[in-house]
Write a protein that binds this ligand. Sequence first.
Ligand code: RTP
Ligand code: MG
Length: 140
Amino acid sequence: MALERTFSIIKPDAVRRNLIGKIIAKFEEAGLRPIALKKIHMTRAQAEGFYAVHKERPFFGELVEQMIASPVVVQVLEGEGAILKNREVMGATNPENAAAGTIRKEFALSIGENSVHGSDAPETAAEEIKFFFNEDEIVG
Ligand code: RTP
Ligand code: MG
C-alpha cells in the first residue's frame, strides 16, 4: 500500500471537551503521523467554502454554525493507506452506527457534533489539505 496524506479536523465539540490529545493518540496508534497541525477558529466563509459540496443539504446551516462556534484543530495525517485508515479510525458518521473503539463511538455527541472530519478520497484529500495548509507548513 502506498504512503498517502489525508486531511483531518478535530471539530469544535471535541476541542471544547479537551479531547485533542486523546483523538491524536487514536491516529498515532493506527500508524497515522501528524505532519502538519494547527489550531484555528474557522470563519463563516471558510466553513461555507469547505463544506460547499453540502450546501443544498438540510443540515448545511447547522453544520456551518457548529464548525464556527469555537476553535478546531486541522491536521495533515500521513501513513500507509492513510485516507481509508483515517475513515476507519473515525467510525461511521452517526455515532450510533460507529464500531467499538472508533473515535466517533467513544467521543461523538450526535450525527452533527461527531468530533472529527476526514477526507473521503484522494482528490478531496489534496483539495482539503490545500484549503488549510501551505506547502511549507507540511513537514513529512
Ligand atoms: P466528514 O465529511 O465530516 O468527515 O463526515 P462524513 O463524510 O462521515 O459525513 P458527510 O456526509 O460528509 O457529512 C459531513 C458532516 O455533516 C454533518 N452531518 N449532519 N444532521 C445530519 O443529518 C447530518 N448529516 C451529516 C456531520 O457533522 C458530518 O460529519
Ligand atoms: Mg464527508
